[in-house]
Design a protein around this ligand. Structure first.
Ligand code: SAM
Length: 279
């Protein structure tokens, strides 16, 4: 698939979702029935957030749940959507910290800014741009997070190179993403509908590890935590126009949500701007 076509399709789809965010579906918030986006955050975590930020959650994990964050740190969320992870992180790094949310879709940025205003988060800034060309200086970020976005990129090497560039030495990468386990039927791989739904563009576990290492990261870990069953696969395929009965058994157990962690090494001579307690 052509890179421009993928980006345009992704932007269009998430623009439409942003505009409809917060509408109630048959069973409550719009994301409650989706096997990928449902049940990611505890009620205690989301209690203080604007309802629209929670309803617009489109991730496939909770990248900051197990992450040690310190007051004063600078965090970047790649593909911040309606801003749920940005707002959760902002509360943890406090007024001396800063959280950037980067997104390419105008409608998502508008929704996120509205959610930031409702939450009263003064230490948050949303930036317009592509995750393949991050509009921030080298070594300016302590922690990079992201939630179900890197699989959408048609140029994952560029995303990981850029993530490495903007992290400080010792900085951490903690991302939730969909990964593939084993072979996937070619018609699933070719489906634009499944690409924009975070499925067709997903990398294999070992591919993720080697791309992160190629970008310069160390201590790379990919930990799948929710493996999608044949019934979940039916839900993915329903909208795609593919032959659901034929394909669902072939993708049973092949996709999973994973937590991906890595670290930018500190140069052996100890040089590098080590601000903040990175580990
Ligand atoms: C699946 S949603 C996830 C949103 C958010 N992380 C969450 O958990 O709710 C993907 C988001 O990434 C953005 N996005 C996708 N590809 C992007 C790219 N190449 N550069 C910047 N933003 C991108 C989309 O506009 C959308 O807001």
């Amino acid at each position: 698939m052509d890179e421009h076509d993928v980006r345009d399709a992704v932007r269009r789809k998430y623009g439409e979702i942003a505009v409809s965010a917060g509408r109630e579906s048959c069973c409550g918030p719009s994301n409650c029935c989706d096997p990928v986006t449902a049940r990611l955050y505890s009620e205690a975590e989301t209690r203080g957030l604007p309802r629209e930020a929670v309803a617009a959650s489109l991730g496939c994990g909770n990248p900051t749940a197990l992450l040690a964050l310190e007051p004063g740190q600078t965090v970047l969320d790649l593909g911040s959507g309606g801003g749920i992870d940005v707002l959760l992180t902002a509360a943890r790094v406090g007024p001396t910290g800063k959280v950037y949310g980067l997104d390419m879709t105008d409608e998502m940025l508008a929704l996120a800014e509205e959610n930031r205003r409702k939450a009263g988060a003064a230490n948050v800034e949303f930036l317009k741009g592509a995750i393949e060309a991050i509009p921030l200086p080298d070594r300016s970020i302590d922690v990079i997070i992201s939630n179900c976005v890197i699989n959408l990129s048609p140029d994952k090497d560029a995303v990981l190179r850029e993530a490495f560039r903007v992290l400080r030495p010792g900085g951490r990468f903690a991302v939730s993403d969909v990964v593939v386990r084993g072979d996937v039927p070619p018609d699933v791989r070719r489906s634009m509908e499944l690409w924009v739904g975070c499925i067709a563009g997903a990398m294999g576990e070992s591919e993720y590890v080697s791309k992160l290492r190629d970008a310069g990261f160390v201590d790379v870990q990919v930990e799948p935590w929710r493996v999608y069953s044949v019934e979940d696969a039916r839900a993915f395929l329903t909208e795609s126009g593919l032959d659901v009965d034929r394909l669902a058994p072939q993708v049973d157990g092949r996709f999973a949500s994973a937590l991906i962690r890595a670290r930018k090494p500190v140069p052996a001579d100890g040089s590098g701007d080590q601000t903040g307690p990175c580990r």
